[in-house]
Design a protein around this ligand. Sequence first.
Ligand code: AMP
Ligand code: MG
Length: 904
Amino acid sequence: FGVLSDVFAAYAELTRSGPTAELDPVLPHRAPFRDYLGWLATRDQAAAEEYWRAELAGLTAPTPLPFDRQPAPGQSTRSADWLTVELSAAESDQLERFARNQRLTLNTVLAGMWGLALSRYAGQADICFGATVSGRPAELPGADTSIGIFINTVPVRLDVTGGAPVVEWLRAVQDRQSAARTVDFVALGRIQERSELPGGVNLFDSIMVFENYPISADMASGQDLRLRELQALETTNYPLTVVVSPGRRLSVEFGYDPALFDATTARRLAGHLTQLLRQLAAGPVGTLDQLDVLTESERAALVGGWRPGIDAVRTLPALFEAQVARTPDLPAVRSAAGPISYAELDRRANRLAHLLIARGAGPERVVALALPRSVDIVVAQLAVAKSGAAFLPVDPEYPAERIAFMLADADPVLVISTAELAAGLPTDVLLIDASAGQPEHAPTDADRRSALHPTAAAYLIYTSGSTGRPKGVLVPHAGLASFAAAEVDRFAVQPGDRVLQFSSPSFDASVLELCMSVLAGASLVVPPAGPLLGRQLAGVLAGQHVTHALIPPAALATVPAVELPEFRTVVVGGDACSAELVARWAPGRRMINAYGPTEATVVSTWSEPLVPGRTPPIGRPIANSTAYVLDPALRPVPVGIAGELYVTGVGLARGYHRQAGLTAERFLADPFGAPGSRMYRTGDVVRRTAEGELEFVGRADHQVKIRGFRIELGEIETALLAHPGVGEAVVVARADETSEKRLVGYVRPAAGAAAPEPGELYLFLARSLPAYLVPSAIVSLAEFPLSPNGKLDRDALPAPTRDALPQVGYQPPGTEAEQVLAEIWAEVLDATRVGIADDFFQLGGDSLRSLHITGRANAVFDTDLTPRDVLGARTVRGLAAVVEEKILADIERLAFGDDNVEKL
Ligand code: AMP
Ligand code: MG
């Protein structure tokens, strides 16, 4: 004890005179240091460094910590603020007994549990943190009586694989640490150099210090010192420092950098460590998976939060008819043809519904709607719902193969379309205007083939499928009533408001538009045909006096800054929204970020009205639903930690049409809900803030969003692989330089085959895939880049360059149509000049740009070109031919009248 008080005296001196103090005069025993240096010289430094190289192989980044604020690269960090948590005397005693019984050191137990906590935070099994070791080698003569701190910090790398039994796993940790003890004299800087981490990046951001000095606070206080100061000397350079002091009451001091962590977060993390220790103390322990970092109260808060409903469960026709009764004379739909009142819309839908019933439509049956955005499709959607059947939107622009697949898969009793579109469809159709003379009263269960219950499917919507074929999501009526009521409230909709019909009917955002308009006394504004982007969209918003619209972020970003005083509510959704967009659109109006997969009736969570200043959250669950953030073992993850989002509630889809296996994979039993309830696994990674809001982080898989379109990259890869010349295919969504996200396909030729022409592959894909699934560039590679462990290295795939693609010689435009089109292309595709044989895709074209081109071309030629014409023609020459044909047909129609055209 006398010796120890010398040490404290030395530290006291050091603290008083600052870091420049010479220890020599106050530390009387210098000899051991010299011995130590001598001992070091006898070690096999190279072998020890080799040990660390092997130990750290494959580690390429520090284990991510749950920072409240990410440190900037190179930012210096400091565990400047401290807090202390303690186990009770009884718990400390139990924990020590656990360790002793299992022949584990307390040090191992603490290191293991800290590693487990880190792995839960990082969402990965492979973790690394630092540990200070006394560096006091047992073989050094007199080491145990020497004075001095031989401290070094070395990495502790753990494989925290959930199924491992806790005790065996801890023993393995202990063995590994014993091995490390023989080589822990290697300086951290040297160890770092032998690792695979890039220079300047720390091996770890947190360290654990195990205070096993035989000292007590009493002794220290004799020198008027607090132990913390002794520790702080060793530990200030990391964002997080965990100092463990065993004793009658095991205590943990938690040092954190207040620039990176909030105090509440640090307290929560410290609580997690003690929670793990308490579980070991309480025993018995099973596998790592069975240990939970959450305290009881934390857990209750995370899985609670059911948002109570505000309306009873009802069907879409019941909701609509109630609104018709409330506001029969208000306009329900507005288009270039003028407004249609609620009463009139109801009569039209009723007539068609009676016809549909007569033709076999009814509950549990499907009616396909091959119609564009229009007044017609609103009538048809309501009519199908009134018949009791589910409507299936089929985009008439989709390639024939895709349409044929959807119709075969869904097996509708009827396909509704228009006379113009009928020819392009592979089946007989019921014309939308064929219902003249049908009864005008709303069909009741007496009229229907069977009773319509809210559990019946309301619609069937196809979405991209990773295995190569699209999957149909069957959504029942049940979720619509509370969704509609909640929408009207959150978006502040009033009778007389005007909601823009923006979404393609193929996507469930169109259901959001329908519910917030014709179920609420507002009117749905049907815009003129053509692209809704940029100036055009601004023109529609202003010209049609739109008050409410849901616009995906990518489209909203194209709208120029113009005064839109009537545009009161803008809803963004379908894809992540940037802070910049909020700054531009939130001031002066209500802006809501709505999040939701098709599988949960359009919206699962939404934000409060947004205020500029940060990346907008996706907010909280809507009425009658809950959201969980879970780890792969379906455990709730703590606040601030990224996990996968699961949603539950009245809006859950029934599942995937005729895909029981896939349904079972994504719709799971809800372990936190009432018996029999289900939850949907979204595949989205989110984080819950301390305030309980959800923040969108990204995807857990290869699903991407491009301009709001939901895309499974696997679907495109499968389509590419179907080409005989393709041996291997990978598709990525990349945002290069200033361009927005685009799809880029990479192919490796099949064995013995020549590299397929990108041009041929585009055509091949366009035959089976909708335009938004066709990549805007396809690159042929001899070999795919691999990461050191032999897996495809997506990040190393080269950016497509124009030079890398086969060039067609420049061919100047000849005809007037070619000249005009070449100019439009050059402008839209940002090219200096476009020849008539240049390939649309090779010029960087994609579906958005095809929309721009048709928009402008139609304005010039007064034609009705569609993006499909552009994607089909693929060259200015080809498109000019289409234009000329259309103009010619128009002239003929004018000259000879409609009836004669066929005969010509
Ligand atoms: P969909 O079924 O087409 O509505 O696509 C659902 C997917 O779109 C979600 O799983 C998310 O990946 C993405 N998504 C939808 N809304 C948002 C949003 N507000 N922020 C970020 N991603 C979103
Ligand atoms: Mg959605």
